[in-house]
Design a binder for this molecule. Structure first.
Ligand code: NAD
Length: 452
């Protein structure tokens, strides 16, 4: 772990001002880009070992995203970091007002195992661009990827600028957060640990970003293009074997379209992964035995409509469609985070809303409909971190959109300019003119200002 001595060195380095110049930040981002490209092969192999991700999937969901974020900052950082002039009110005239973007200091970034590279390095890029020193804590579960990332960080950065902490989260994080006052903690992971992080941060008055999970619903109305819906839902639900924070957790088709949608989903799964998904180049594996056993329990909480086969040795669970009617079962109370898709139906919108409100503030909400009024109506009815109409999870890929949860699904946002804001302090600066300096502004006031 990062010793207190090392953390103090990082603080000293930050206070030296070395990380502030934009040229320094750009240089670090360029070095990072170079290292990622150099280690691309090793990352592909490691992510295959940890989660059986194909190299194509690694590109569009891990390395490609991070490289694109680096390129974005290399182009935009001058504009983002420049003081933003704002208007000055009458009482402060003559004068000029600015919002200045100040680096926060030494920040801690904690990541989970499902996209172990991207979820650690994407916030890292924003934190570098904003001029901070950074402590990285990857997931200890995806060991092969963890080792490659450690090598990348060690070879790219000075340890007093970006450091890398290994070990079990429960063993290293609380101690570190109790001993050292971080200037920000950026955590991605489950809600239970998120609460622990929030408590630890509160003790030090450290601001947090919490990127948590939840049960993201997907509504399919009678006005939807069902073929398109089946394709897009299946892609998001079964990529990375459903271990995705913004995957559709459960499906809510209108009763009138359910049978057709299920038939189309089965056809699509077959097209994507073949008769035997266990043999598919594109189909992933569950990350660990612990997660595998947790998911197994859900298989008995509904009627299997497709899939349902599994192999513990291979950590394989087939893409599974499950008809569920009882919303009090754990499968409808807990985030599934695997390739099992419960399908419930609704007859009128209120019925669907009642099911959704059992798990309020999901990280994402999806609705399929070709009726624009209906789409807007659903967007207004369901509070969520983000949302998509007629697609699933793709909002994550647009840097112009803030990514984050609300309520149960998290606090704060990032990606692109939003990352820059997350890792900066917006300092309010007023530059006052020294002349004129009217005497009525100073006491004694009596007789100078007529208020009544
Ligand atoms: P995990 O077990 O890898 O834990 C996440 C991090 O927390 C790890 O770095 C781990 O070391 C640390 N940790 C674990 N226990 C700890 C403890 N007791 N004290 C301090 N730190 C501890 O990941 P996970 O929680 O299983 O991840 C899955 C969850 O993450 C899902 O709920 C998913 O929805 C959520 N998630 C959210 C996003 C998002 O962007 N909002 C992205 C991916 C995953």
């Amino acid at each position: 772990m990062s010793s207190l001595l090392q953390l103090n060195k990082m603080r000293e380095y930050f206070l030296s001002g070395a990380t502030r110049p934009i040229a320094f930040r750009k240089q670090q981002l360029k070095q990072l880009r170079q290292s990622i490209l150099q280690y691309e092969g090793a990352l592909n192999e490691a992510l295959y070992k940890d989660l059986k991700k194909s190299k194509e999937e690694v590109w569009f969901s891990e390395t490609g995203l991070v490289l694109s974020e680096i390129n974005y900052f290399l182009k935009q950082i001058d504009d983002l970091a420049a003081p933003r002039r704002v208007s000055t009110n009458l009482i402060n005239m003559p004068g000029k007002s600015y919002v200045m973007y100040e680096p926060l200091g030494v920040v801690l970034i904690i990541a989970p195992w499902n996209y172990p590279f991207q979820l650690l390095f994407l916030p890292l890029v924003g934190a570098i661009a904003a001029g901070n020193c950074i402590v990285l804590k990857p997931s200890e579960i995806t060991t092969a990827t963890e080792a490659v990332m450690q090598q990348i960080i060690a070879e790219t950065f000075e340890p007093y600028y970006v450091s890398y902490v290994t070990g079990e989260g429960a063993a290293v994080i609380p101690e570190m957060m109790q001993q050292f006052k971080f200037d920000h903690v950026f955590y991605t992971g489950g809600t239970a640990v998120g609460k622990i992080i929030y408590r630890l941060a509160a003790e030090q008055l450290t601001p947090v970003t919490l990127e948590l999970g939840g049960k993201s619903p997907c509504v399919v109305t009678p006005n939807a293009d069902l073929k398109l819906a089946a394709r897009r839902i299946a892609l998001a639900k079964f990529s990375n074997a459903g271990q995705m924070c913004i995957t559709p957790d459960y499906l809510l088709p209108h009763q009138s379209v359910k049978d057709t949608l299920v038939a189309l989903l089965k056809e699509t799964i077959n097209k994507f992964y073949g008769e035997q998904p266990v043999e598919s180049y594109d189909y992933g594996r569950i990350v660990s035995k612990k997660q595998f056993s947790r998911l197994m329990q859900y298989l008995h909480q509904g009627k299997v409509l497709a899939g349902g086969t599994h192999n513990e040795e291979l950590l394989y669970i087939a893409p599974t469609l499950l008809e569920v009617t009882d919303t009090s079962l754990p499968i409808m109370q807990e985030e599934i985070f695997g390739p099992i898709l419960p399908i419930l139906t609704y007859n009128d919108d209120n019925e669907a809303l009642q099911i959704i409100r059992q798990n309020p503030d999901p990280l994402a909400f999806y609705v399929f409909t070709n009726n624009k009024v209906e789409a807007d109506d659903w967007l207004q009815q369901v509070p969520s971190g983000g949302a998509c109409v007629n697609t699933v999870a793709r909002h994550y890929l647009n840097k112009s959109l803030p990514f984050g949860g609300r309520g149960n699904s998290g606090i704060g946002r990032y990606h692109g300019a939003y990352s820059f804001e997350t890792f900066s302090h917006q300092k309010a600066v007023l530059k006052a003119a020294t002349w004129p300096d009217p005497t009525f502004a100073y006491p004694p006031y009596q007789g100078k200002i007529a208020i009544f």
